[in-house]
Design a binder for this molecule. Structure first.
Ligand SMILES: [Zn+2]
Length: 479
């Protein structure tokens, strides 16, 4: 090796494997890492002096609702500004394609997390993938297909188990999406349109996922006082189908569920001895999704993030809105719908325990459509690095980085990303370990993180000097 396009000199390289950092030079040519070593002697077009900075693989946001956000470059600014170079779309049963509007004029909640009816412009999964490729996104995109979208296509009423014919229709759509390149199927069993899903329906669909060697991700049926039985159901389905399985945004909501992570994590640890079972988590004690009465009921506090009929209430406290209108909480929510909210409803002890659990991955679950989003959209990754790792010492830096890079790539089956390694794609983030921190808060939810120096996607900058850069073009990463 005598020539390269870019040399990042004297960085503390955290390679994403969980190994401690080492001071090294890293050379990039085109879209690949071509050399790594102490004091590389290479002629290069550009040298970056990275002494004192950490160079890590670009972060992989394993849990997003960025299906529509990735269709514009600006849509990924919340992600590249944090060091994210790859996003997994289509989570929680919610995907932009295939269109869930076969039988309806408007998307049923929570599909409307992604947007209104005009959003769902892709009849087949392949049509959506073509749109992503044509868009030239700022990040790489790893697409899942959502079960609730399939259900809405196959069924007139969603509050009951599917018939055999409806299951067959869903399976045809699922196989079509998997063949087009979806990396797996997501379910959102806690939400009304999927709550009535019977075991037979899950076994059939997740069985197809397993047969294709794909991944099943699940927003489980219950994340409140019934979370233990929801984990048991997930393990049962994983065992009966043999599917690789990822539990989404694991959490214990509502006071009755506080502390149950001790039980759920030991169940997951035990099941991992025989199953390929993983989980992800976001680093906050408030959740966020569409407005649902049962989610609001056991929350300490609820903030409205968007409301179509009452946009003047965006950012307002739900209790204050109720008082102003002289309505009950239930009536207030009905009047605000369709809309979304932030629900403060978790305990710090559970969050710490789940984040520190070795298998857990970091995902944002950010909601880019929201007018007043949960701060996780802009803050998740620097918050884990700066707050949980550096300031609180909950996990070492190399562990935090592995949970957002190498470990994640392994779960997703990405073979040439997620590590700083010769021959791998040059998805990289350079950051200051002393200052990296989230600044997005519930009061100021779109404030940009600090300490992120440069972010490269496929060898070219997608973020530099505190602003988006247009050179880094993300790829569609299909199965
Ligand atoms: Zn979810």
């Amino acid at each position: 090796m005598t020539r390269a396009d870019l040399l990042i000199r004297d960085a503390t390289v955290h390679d994403g494997s969980g190994a401690p950092g080492r001071v090294l030079d890293v050379a990039v040519t085109g879209d690949r890492i071509v050399a790594i070593g102490p004091r590389l002697d290479i002629a290069v077009a550009e040298v970056i002096d990275a002494a004192g900075l950490v160079l890590a693989p670009g972060f992989i946001d394993v849990h997003t609702h960025d299906d529509i956000a990735v269709l514009t470059r600006a849509g990924s600014t919340p992600k590249v500004s944090q060091g994210v170079t790859t996003v997994v779309t289509g989570n929680c049963g919610i995907s932009a394609a295939p269109s869930p509007l076969l039988r309806r004029d408007v998307p049923v909640p929570p599909l409307d997390l992604l947007g209104d009816a005009a959003t769902f412009a892709y009849p087949r999964f392949a049509d959506y993938l073509a749109a992503v490729s044509a868009a030239g996104p700022a990040v790489n995109v790893v697409p899942l297909v959502g079960h609730t979208a399939l259900r809405a296509r196959a069924m007139d009423s969603l509050d009951r188990p599917a018939t055999d014919e409806e299951i067959a229709a869903m399976r045809r759509d699922l196989v079509d999406a998997l063949e087009a390149g979806a990396i797996g199927l997501s379910t959102g069993l806690a939400y009304p349109p999927a709550k009535a899903t019977a075991t037979a329906e899950l076994i059939a669909l997740v069985g197809d996922v397993a047969a294709a060697g794909a991944l099943w991700t699940t927003h489980m049926r219950d994340e409140r006082s019934g979370v233990v039985s929801a984990v048991a159901e997930t393990i049962d389905i994983a065992r009966r189908t043999g599917s690789r399985t990822l539990i989404s945004h694991h959490k214990c909501c509502g006071e009755a569920a506080f502390g149950l992570s001790q039980t759920t994590l030991s169940m997951i640890a035990e099941a991992r001895a025989e199953l390929t079972l993983d989980l992800d988590v976001y680093p906050y004690t408030a959740s966020s999704t569409v407005l649902i009465e049962t989610f609001a009921r056991d929350s300490r506090q609820v903030t409205v993030t968007w409301s179509d009929p009452h946009p003047e209430m965006n950012g307002r406290d739900l209790g204050d809105v109720s008082a102003e209108w002289g309505l009950s909480q239930t009536e207030t929510i009905e009047r605000l719908k369709p809309g979304g909210a932030i629900y403060h409803q978790m305990d710090d002890g559970d969050l710490d325990r789940i984040l520190a659990f070795p298998p857990s991955l970091v995902g944002s679950d950010g909601l880019p459509r929201d007018r007043r989003p949960h701060p996780r959209l802009w803050g998740t990754f620097p918050r884990v690095l700066g707050h949980f790792s550096r300031d609180r010492g909950l996990i070492p830096l190399e562990t935090a980085i592995a949970k957002m890079t190498g470990q994640t790539a392994r779960v997703l089956g990405l073979t040439d990303r997620g590590l700083v390694q010769e021959g791998y794609y040059a998805d990289l983030v350079l950051f200051d370990p002393g200052t990296v921190i989230d600044t997005a808060s519930y009061d100021d939810p779109t404030a940009r993180a600090t300490g992120i120096h440069t972010v490269w996607v496929n060898g070219k900058p997608s973020w530099s000097d505190g602003a988006p850069a247009d050179a880094g073009i993300g790829k569609l990463l299909t199965r």
